[in-house]
Each structure stands twice: as structure tokens, then as C-alpha cells.
Design a protein. Sequence first.
Length: 396
Amino acid sequence: MTPVHHDAEGPRAPAGRDLLTELGVRRVVNAAGYYTYVGGAVMAPEVVDAWAQGAAAVVRVEELFDAVGRRIAALLGCEAALVTGSAAAALTVGTAACITGTDPDRILRIPDTTGMRNEVIVQRNHRFSYDHAVRACGIRLIEVDTAAELEAAVGDRTAMLLFLNLAEARGRIGSAEFTALGRKHGIPTLIDCAADVPPLKTLTDALAVGFDLVAVSGGKAIGGPQNVGLLLGRPDLVAAARLNAAPNSDVIGRAMKGSKENALAMLVALERYLARDHEADWREWEGRVDVIVAAVNAIPGVTAEPFVPAINSHGPHVCIRWDEQRIKLTLAEAAALLREGEPSIETFPVDIPPESRWAAIGWRDGLNLGVWALQRGEAEIVAARLAEILAAAATR
Ligand SMILES: *Cc1c(COP(=O)(O)O)cnc(C)c1O
């Protein structure tokens, strides 16, 4: 009998089909940034190839995760690394590791944390819109403001201390003091650096300052698959996090499983990222900002200002504002016109209260554009369309 090989040559593009057109789903020019609502980064061809090799291969997943984790740890100069389903998943399995260790009974029982260490201490203004991923483990978040309050809150229920990198400047306890407090009390510390690459130094700094665990997104600026994150840090905790993740079945991390294809794609994305000329990238992004600024600043009543968020999306952006007496268009209307046009353009229109943490790192009210997720030639398209929309709304 002839053996049957399914897809023996690996996956192929569906010949002659344009799936998005078939489905009636519009392609988008991404002038927003590496956001999940626009699918994060576009994967480079080498990353897609790596993904395809993984998809076509049959392997022991644990063996592959060992090997990829070791390689990524070596590339980043850290002790251990785990590919997770997202940065949020890294927060979940990282927290789980701090609660359960390697105890199989505890791993089975969470999020029922009865009788376990089930409190996580966080600075009040480090609470953030992804801390659900930490709370999912069945912990209570204890909010503190000062180092003294933190020390008073530490006890035999404390599982972990949580830090949001982008909030460092707003918190009363800085990262060095925070990790020192963790060490003093023997409590592991976890930092969310999800969108804080570039620069890559963020990760090595977080490890150097003493965080036990570091969570980062794979599918933002690093250019990996959208549903990948990395958990870096202490080998015993990374090992415990793995026990709380797939391929194990009855664990909290099962629903956020990492896959062989994503692990290989992430490795290659990281290698590519490390090999890039980051200064040349920056100049390319600044060039795109210049194209947009030049096109819209020529319109009376419009101001386009370049800005660089100090952290979290640290790269060239542009904020466009206009005098609504002279340009009869609200922020939301402008964003909608860009979205509805051809091609469809996605931006990041935001009302940012001056006292918000976003204002503190450089964001302001206006039509905000991130240029790093644009493909070549698209800055010109965005500039022309913006100029067209704003000029058409100008009162004569
Ligand atoms: C994007 C982001 C996350 C979530 O990252 P995912 O990889 O999409 O899960 C978590 N925290 C912060 C601060 C982020 O910016």
C-alpha cells in the first residue's frame, strides 16, 4: 500500500484565492501602531517561513519549547525564557508560578487559591488595563502608595509584587527600590514591559535591576506572531510557569497555549530584531513623520507635531490638531473619514486628560499617528488623504 502523506510539502498559499476579498474584509493602512485591534505587527517573510516550518513539522512540543527557550535566553542574556500565548499570558502564568511553584496540587486547584499565598501587591497608580491577566489566577490585588505601606502589606499571604514599567515615573517606589523590597522579604517581583521594546535594553535593564520575571509582547515591535509573548527571568519560576501552561491540560495557562509554529516564528523574529540597524529604522520612521507633517502643516488652522512617547510605543509619532472654527471636523469624524476611505486608514484618535499617565509620557489630545507599522510608500498615502480630508473641511 502507498503511504498517504498529508500536505507532505508543508502549507501553501491557497492558489488563486484572495481570502480577504472573498470574506469581504478590508485591508487597512496601519497608521496607528502595533495594536491588537489592527493585528499588531506584519510578520517578515523569514518569520512567516519559520512559522510555516513549525506548522508542517511534527515534534515533541516540550522538547521544542526547551530548545527555543534556551536559544532565546542566550540571545537576550537571561537565565531562562518561555514563549507564551501573549504578554498577558506571560503575566498569567508568571503569577501562577509565584503562587503554585511546582506543586501539582496547587497547579490543579488555581484559581481557587484557598490556603495559598494569594495576594499580589501593586502600587496604586500601577494598576492597568491588563492586570486582569494577573487577577485571573485567583489573587487579590493589594494597592499601596509608599515603600512603608508596601512593607506593612507584605505577609504570609503575599505571592508576588507587580510592577508596570510604563508607570515607573508616576509611582512613589522606583524599580530598584521595588526589587530590593522583594528580595528583602523573599517575594518574587514581576514587571510588565509588554510594549517597551524598543529599546531592547528595557528587558536587560529590568533583569539587571533585579526583577525575577519580565513579561513582554512578541507581536508588537519585535515583529513576531500576534499571539506570542515572552516570560523571562529566574529559571525556577520560569519552570513553574511552564507547568502552569500547555501542553499540560488541566492548568490555568491551557487556554493561552503557545504553539510550535509560534515558538519558531518568535525565535526568528527576535533574531531579526536583534540584527536590525535600529538607528536606520528610527531615521526611516522620522522620514515618514516628516512626509505627514509637511503635507498637513501647509493647511491653515492645522498643526502637526512630531512626538515620541517616552516609554511604551517609544518611536516617532505625529499628533495632528486643528482649529475646529476653521476646519469643520471633529476628531472622531476625521478618524471615520480615514477609515471609510480607499484605502482604509486606521489611526489612534484620543482624548487624553492632561493629568493622565498617557499625557505624562508624551501623548496628547489629537489625531495620533504611529508610523512604524506602515508599509513602505504608505506614509505618502496617509499624508495625501489627511491633507485632502482636512482641506475639504476648511471653511472658506
Ligand atoms: C500590549 C500590552 C499588554 C498586552 O500584550 P499582549 O502581548 O497583547 O498580551 C500588556 N501590558 C501592556 C502595558 C501593554 O502595552
